[in-house]
Ligand binder design. Structure first.
Ligand SMILES: N[C@@H](CCC(=O)N[C@@H](CSS)C(=O)NCC(=O)O)C(=O)O
Ligand SMILES: [Fe+2]
Length: 239
């Protein structure tokens, strides 16, 4: 399998600072779209069509609190597409993901890793190296952000659990694994496991210090939370 086996695009929603990821198998053209955003569905489907891809699934890393998922709208426009999210997110989806599952697209597959703590249903998606010497990719949702992590003050948040998830499931991946988060608020696009182990100002601390930091973030609630959470429990239908 060569490097060109993977087609990969990182897409951005400026209103919520959310990253959506398009991954496709270059051999079969089967594609998945991780964490689509409702307001960007037309843009993303246009790109998929322009690249000649066949979208099969829209995996969500978790039940988002700051924006509405595009999964429901995509399903209404492309009835063959399946939505997916963690089984213990409480959210409706065609496929309920569990730790250890795989998400297949053509000859490639993502491994589902349970990384709870920001929410109890948070999952990360790991794509092992597609060719010898190339790095794996991990899509970390809000569990691990670049030089940060998801907040733990709502949606079943649990700072100690998040620390254990990141250290046991993400920091044990190969150091050169590229980290692609669900958000960045400072214009950064990508990191690596080695970088985050060394320089993440929260997660490089010990667990006690981490919990203390997380309990004192003092962040305002996301602006769209009251609209986003009920909609995302219904696969992104806005009431
Ligand atoms: N200002 C934004 C929301 C910012 C925010 O709370 N982001 C979340 C991820 S979305 S649930 C978070 O976990 N942030 C951690 C951090 O350290 O910033 C809005 O109003 O939407
Ligand atoms: Fe979140």
């Amino acid at each position: 399998m060569g490097v060109s086996a993977l087609i990969f695009r990182q897409l951005f929603d400026a209103a919520s600072s959310t990253y959506t990821y398009l991954l496709a198998c270059s051999e079969t053209k089967e594609a998945i779209l991780i964490d689509p955003v409702l307001e960007q569905v037309e843009r993303d489907l246009q790109l998929i069509d322009e690249l000649g891809l066949n979208l099969v699934q829209t995996p969500n890393t978790h039940c988002h609190a700051d924006h509405i998922t595009g999964s429901g709208k995509i399903k209404s426009l492309r009835p063959g597409v399946k939505s997916s999210i963690s089984a213990n997110s409480g959210a409706a989806a065609d496929i309920q993901l569990q730790h250890g599952d795989t998400i297949k697209f053509g000859t490639l597959e993502l491994r589902v890793l349970a990384t709870p703590g920001h929410t109890s249903g948070c999952k990360s998606f790991y794509l092992p190296p597609v060719s010898p010497g190339s790095p794996g990719l991990v899509f970390t949702g809000d569990a691990l952000l670049i030089r940060g992590c998801g907040r733990t003050d709502f949606q079943e948040g649990d700072a100690g659990l998040l620390y254990d998830s990141v250290h046991s499931k993400l920091f044990t991946l190969p150091d050169d694994t590229l980290v692609y988060p669900a958000h960045d608020y400072k214009g950064r696009t990508c990191s690596s496991i080695a970088e985050e182990k060394a320089h993440n100002p929260r997660l490089s601390k010990n667990k006690e210090e981490f919990v203390e930091i997380m309990n004192n973030l003092g962040l305002p609630y996301p602006k769209q939370i009251d609209r986003a959470l009920p909609a995302n429990l219904k696969c992104g239908i806005d009431f």
